[in-house]
Ligand binder design. Structure first.
Ligand code: AMP
Ligand code: TRP
Length: 332
């Protein structure tokens, strides 16, 4: 039986963090054996914020290195840079003709960006979900491992696929969000304000490149309060987030110990954070060290991207040929 096709991308807009790891990369790693995986660095997507051209290359290489250091094996999955696949912008152009201004303006991530960068509301931002759809449909993927924040984009991808199929004939499958554990992991920032992010709130986000001391400092400063006042009290979001991080990185015993202390109203957050900081540092350390090692050898990283691009283009060009034919673009 042929393996199901999987696509996912990470924007090269900064250092990867625990949200990227637990929301996306961990799922990639678990999928690499049993699926036909295409994972890419979304460098075109990063252009919406006009990054310094000098930063493109180091940013792309870092995302690639951090993915490999997290456990992705370039021999098992196709790893590439989005901009190496010209068929993606071609499909994006075709799909743009089926995407409407009104629906794009309603997308919450677009509205957020309008608020964040009112002086740069470019068409690329508006059509971001269309480019993302092209990324997915170019390989006719059926499963897309992404964090909770991307679910709406996936719904749009299904709409655009359907619209293409209705107009031109059945061609694209409707891609679905995929996760191994059904609970969507969303890692909040350590001050409890919003999610961990590559570009905002750096002091409250733990990056895969943070050293042990930085991790300790950030965790010790994480927001807590004077503790629960009644047994089995409901947890505020920022405390829930600390417990989630502990569940993801500490042992069961440690987690259960602090959970029981919380429920019994005798938790000491200082102790909990100290423990979490050590477990987190031990968790991130091998990834950081491996990624740093990989980034020293740009030639090898370049080879991985080149080999990935060749494999990805073989699949992409077959899709584009089929789409052109259905649309009626075939003149000689
Ligand atoms: P981005 O950093 O926005 O390019 O996201 C890359 C992947 O990481 C996507 O699948 C996101 O859903 C996921 N992701 C980003 N931030 C978080 C977060 N704080 N919690 C969980 N998943 C996240
Ligand atoms: N939009 C995604 C994010 O911000 C990144 C992305 C771009 C992506 N293209 C994709 C994810 C295709 C999955 C599939 O996280």
């Amino acid at each position: 039986m042929s393996k199901e096709i999987v696509v996912s991308g990470i924007r090269s807009t900064g250092h990867l963090h625990l949200g990227n790891y637990f929301g996306a990369i961990q799922n990639y790693v678990m999928m690499q054996e049993n699926y036909n995986c295409y994972f890419f660095v979304a460098d075109y997507h990063s252009l919406t914020t006009h990054p310094d051209p000098k930063l493109l290359r180091p940013n792309v290489f870092r995302v690639l290195a951090e993915n490999i250091a997290s456990g992705l094996n370039p021999d098992k999955v196709t790893l590439y840079a989005q901009s190496d696949i010209p068929e993606i912008p071609e499909l994006y152009l075709m799909l743009n003709m089926l995407a409407y201004k009104g629906e794009l303006e309603k997308v919450p991530t677009f509205k957020d960006k309008v608020r964040q960068q009112p002086d740069n509301v470019n068409a690329g931002l508006l059509t971001y979900p269309v480019l993302m759809t092209a990324d997915i449909l170019i390989h006719k993927a059926v499963k897309v491992p992404v964090g909770k924040d991307q679910e709406q984009h996936l719904e749009m991808a299904r709409n655009f696929a359907q619209r293409f199929n209705t107009r031109y004939g059945d061609f694209f499958p409707e891609p679905q969000v995929f996760r191994f554990n059904t609970d969507a992991v969303k890692i909040m920032s350590l001050d409890g304000n919003g999610k961990m992010s590559k570009s905002e709130n750096a002091n409250n986000t733990i990056y895969l490149s943070d050293d042990d001391d930085t991790i300790r400092k950030k965790i010790m400063k994480a927001k807590t309060d004077s503790g629960p006042t009644a047994p089995n009290a409901e947890m505020p979001g920022y405390i829930q987030n600390l417990f989630l991080l502990m569940q993801l990185t500490s042992t069961h015993e440690v987690y259960d110990h602090y959970r029981a202390a919380y429920n019994g109203c005798n938790i000491r957050y200082g102790d909990m954070k100290k423990q979490l900081a050590e477990d987190m540092a031990a968790f991130v350390r091998p990834i950081r060290e491996h990624a740093a090692e990989l980034q020293k050898d740009e030639e090898s990283l370049g080879k991985i991207l080149k080999a990935g691009a060749e494999k990805a283009r073989a699949s992409a060009s077959a899709t584009i040929a089929g789409a052109r034919k259905l649309i009626g673009i075939s003149y000689y």
